[in-house]
Design a protein around this ligand. Structure first.
Ligand code: 3NM
Length: 223
């Protein structure tokens, strides 16, 4: 098992983790523009989550990933691909994120080599298994009600973060689900290293300003 980076370096990537696909922005051009603005606003990581009806496939998916990866690389921000190891390897992404229903984390770890591996968890048991499989960080949620994931589980709240930390889970961790600049501090106060958001940035009229506010809020506890 070869983790990519020491946990302290991974933690520094997590204060404000932007997640999006073309379905969240209304197309490729809008996604590229939103990411550019979010990078200006100071996001610390980006995940391409190209899922659901209308998701791009084949060459269009590859070209989009390449464009997004380029933007991230110019800013020195990690580019992570959701549940698509082949694409991640093809565009030389910095890592892959998988959920519990996706490819098994241990298998993804083997295929990724020293790239970053993130795993979504909802329980202490899932977090322990993610750690054993070689995850570099975990995402847990939903922190609050979300309209961005139709199959999201019941709201767990920042209490889930506290529960994971109390159980001795020390992996770098982000909360996800319904996070805004109003509630982000509650998530990091509970023990998360940062927050992951879709709509708080992709649905904002000014994604750069939204990212600035979110990062300030998320870091008000950890800084
Ligand atoms: N995963 P928004 S909630 C992708 O609970 C995702 O694991 C979740 O979108 C989980 O910031 C979620 O718009 C959607 O609420 C996050």
């Amino acid at each position: 098992m070869s983790r990519a980076l020491p946990p302290a370096a991974v933690r520094r990537m997590l204060p404000l983790y932007f997640v999006a696909g073309t379905g969240n922005t209304g197309g490729e051009l809008a996604l590229l523009r939103t990411l550019a603005a979010a990078l200006e606003g100071g996001i610390s990581a980006f995940q391409l989550r190209e899922k659901g009806p209308g998701a791009l496939l084949g060459r269009a998916r590859f070209a989009l990933a390449l464009g997004l990866r380029e933007q991230c690389r110019r800013r020195g921000v990690p580019f992570i691909v959701n549940d698509d190891v082949e694409l991640a390897l093809a565009v030389e992404a910095d890592g892959v994120h998988v959920g519990q229903e996706d490819a098994p984390a241990a298998e993804v770890r083997r295929r990724l080599g020293a790239r970053l591996l993130g795993v979504s968890v909802h329980t202490v048991d899932e977090a322990r298994r993610a750690a054993a499989a070689g995850a570099d960080y975990i995402g847990c949620g939903p922190m609050y009600a979300t309209a961005s994931k139709p199959d999201a589980r019941a709201v767990a709240g920042p209490a889930l973060v506290r529960q994971l930390r109390a159980a001795g889970i020390t992996l770098p961790l982000v909360g996800i689900g319904g996070i805004t600049s109003e509630n982000a501090a509650s998530v990091t106060a509970a023990g998360a290293d940062g927050v992951a958001v879709i709509s708080a940035i992709s649905g904002a009229s000014d994604p750069r300003a939204a990212a600035v506010l979110l990062k300030q809020a998320a870091m008000s506890i950890n800084s």
